[in-house]
Design a binder for this molecule. Structure first.
Ligand code: G1P
Length: 300
């Protein structure tokens, strides 16, 4: 099979209103909420860049200017840290600005994830591209995106990431019906359904927030009708690609078995913070000592 074009572009939808985190997100984007010591969005941009996707397009909206500021330089701050000889803090502020080329486009109407992806059409053009959702953090020690890139290069269509969840959790995710591909680690996606009830779900394989999409998805999204929640769902467009036979159709999936941290609601966000703080080089030891005492004294 002919090699498909190299994947260099990543799209990060970040236009959501973050209502689950109100009032914290009343005046700041949810993507800027820190996970341990960095805004959540910085982990996601770093993951894309580490997988060789240096051209990042962020889909933003009103009240998201802090995102652009975070990835921009602040010369006065850098100069003052430099003057103080505080190399460590200087490096930490430079980290975000050295992540590569970040572009921004606004999603003017919040019409769903599918619509957010469609806003990337002009920037992406006719190449396969990645979509990374900011609510899912993938541990940098576990391989996912690069494996998906490899799979896309082999299969040529689109590739999604799936993860097994408890059956009763499936209604919070897109869900996939899959079959094995002989001799391969990836699977073929036969059908997709967005947030099914436990009874309707074809499996306990949940779509997690990493996608490698064939540009044909834009054509499909242009006519995808609003689905669950009245929104244009990416899952619905992928369902059409999964069952289609036109050029650019076909969906495969990588089943991820590594560490994923969900920052999409208050409880899982707090859990992600504790988990990553325990593993943090600087804070881990202190955090563990404190946690042990805290848990030992915990009353119902
Ligand atoms: C979106 C997708 C869903 C997917 C999930 C992964 O839902 O629509 O298919 O399983 O992301 O995090 P959301 O969480 O934005 O409601």
């Amino acid at each position: 099979m002919a090699l498909t074009p190299k994947i260099t572009k990543a799209v990060i939808p970040a236009a959501g209103l973050g209502t689950r985190f109100l009032p914290a997100t009343k005046a700041m984007p949810k993507e800027m909420l820190p996970v341990v010591d960095k805004p959540a969005i910085q982990y996601v941009v770093a993951e894309a860049v580490n997988a060789g996707l240096n051209d990042v397009l962020m889909i933003t909206g009103r009240s998201k200017r802090a995102l652009e500021d975070h990835f921009d330089r602040v010369p006065s701050l850098e100069a003052s840290l430099e003057a103080k000889g505080d190399v460590k803090k200087l490096r930490s502020v430079q980290e975000a600005t050295e992540l590569g080329d970040i572009h921004y486009v606004r999603q003017r109407d919040p019409r769903g994830l599918g619509h957010a992806v469609l806003c990337a059409k002009q920037h992406v053009g006719q190449e396969p591209f990645a979509v990374l959702l900011g609510d899912d953090l993938i541990d940098s020690r576990d391989e996912l995106l690069s494996l998906m890139v490899e799979t896309q290069q082999k299969t040529g269509g689109s590739v999604i990431a799936l993860m097994e969840v408890e059956p009763e959790q499936i209604s919070a995710y897109g869900c996939a019906d899959v079959s094995t591909v002989e001799g391969e680690d990836y699977v073929k996606v036969n059908a997709l359904v967005e947030k099914p009830s436990v009874e309707e779900a074809p499996s306990n394989l949940a779509i997690i927030g990493r996608y490698l999409l064939h540009p044909r998805v834009f054509e499909v999204l242009e006519h995808t009708a609003p689905g669950r929640g009245g929104e244009i769902q990416l899952t619905d467009a992928l369902q059409e690609l999964a069952v289609g036979s036109d050029e650019g159709s076909g969906v495969h999936a990588v089943v991820f078995r590594g560490r994923r941290y969900d920052t999409g609601d208050k409880l899982s966000y707090l859990q992600a913070n504790v988990t990553l703080a325990v593993e943090n080089e600087e804070l881990g030891a202190g955090m563990k000592t404190w946690l042990r005492t805290f848990v030992a004294n915990l009353e119902d």
